[in-house]
Design a protein around this ligand. Structure first.
Ligand code: GLP
Length: 254
């Protein structure tokens, strides 16, 4: 069963997740972190940078990101490679060769997907961090009649494109395709933490945990994984009551 940890604020929830990552990095010789982009993990990365300033090292860590827009260069301000550089990689002691993000500018996208699957095979993920889209997507696995298991190219859903316009000056500039890890690749992580903050995520969180597994809510597949924790703030947890699961606020100890 999916564990749910609810905190009064997103800040407390973030400190909780950062402490889990710190413990993993400290305990493992070669930890592999699966990382996500979006506004949800921004404070998490800030906290990890803070831990680095206090002495936490990342030189033995490998990171594998979930997804990347097709067509954006690695240094485009809205590319996920650039996001990771700006928010985390440039502030910690990790070498670029240990950080993997799909190449959205690959000429042969099918070959790039196959290359990324090989990377995932070579670096089994110890802990995968996820956000969730309003439509229940994880990575860029959008609701569909069928979901792909491995790394693949997706056409982004209309509502995802609209949601992403806030990062681009014009709707026409928002990429319409992305490369994303597949559902099976995500489920292969040893442990998964999905973070969701704010009332606008409450319905997606409820649908992901409803007990049904459906391709119309990709995050619902997480219910099949043995070690998943949803880390929520109070607002994202408001619809938990509809599932008969009262949000009990957690203290910070794991
Ligand atoms: C994008 C990313 C997802 C992320 C989602 C939610 O679609 N591909 O990995 O979870 O946005 O983003 P936010 O955290 O900004 O709400």
């Amino acid at each position: 069963m999916v564990k749910i940890r609810t905190f009064e604020t997103a800040q407390l929830a973030t400190v909780y997740v950062a402490a889990i990552i710190e413990a993993l990095i400290t305990a493992h010789e070669h930890p592999v972190l699966g990382l996500a982009t979006g506004s949800t993990p921004v404070q998490l990365y800030r906290q990890l940078v803070e831990f680095h300033h206090q002495g936490l090292h990342f030189s033995h860590v490998t990171t594998v990101n979930l997804d990347e827009y097709v067509g954006l260069s690695a240094d485009h301000p809205q590319s996920y490679r650039r996001f990771m550089y700006d928010h985390l990689f440039s502030h910690i002691d990790i070498s670029p060769e240990q950080t993997f993000v799909p190449n959205g500018q690959a000429v042969d996208l099918a070959a790039e997907c196959a290359r990324y699957d090989k990377i995932l095979e070579a670096h089994p993920i110890d802990l995968q961090i996820l956000g969730i889209g309003h439509n229940g997507h994880i990575g860029f696995n959008e609701p569909d009649q069928a979901l792909q298991t491995k790394t693949h190219v997706v056409r982004l859903a209309e509502d995802t494109i609209v949601a992403n316009t806030r990062f681009f000056s014009r709707l026409e500039d928002v990429p319409t395709q992305a490369i994303t890890m597949g559902i099976q690749s995500i489920l292969q992580a040893k442990a998964i933490i999905l973070m969701a903050f704010g009332s606008d995520k409450a319905a997606a969180v409820r649908r992901a945990l409803s007990g049904e597994v459906s391709t119309s809510v990709p995050a619902s597949f997480l219910q099949m994984h043995p070690q998943v924790t949803f880390v929520l703030d109070a607002e994202a947890a408001v619809e938990m009551k509809m599932l008969g699961r009262d949000p009990i606020y957690s203290a910070l100890e794991p």
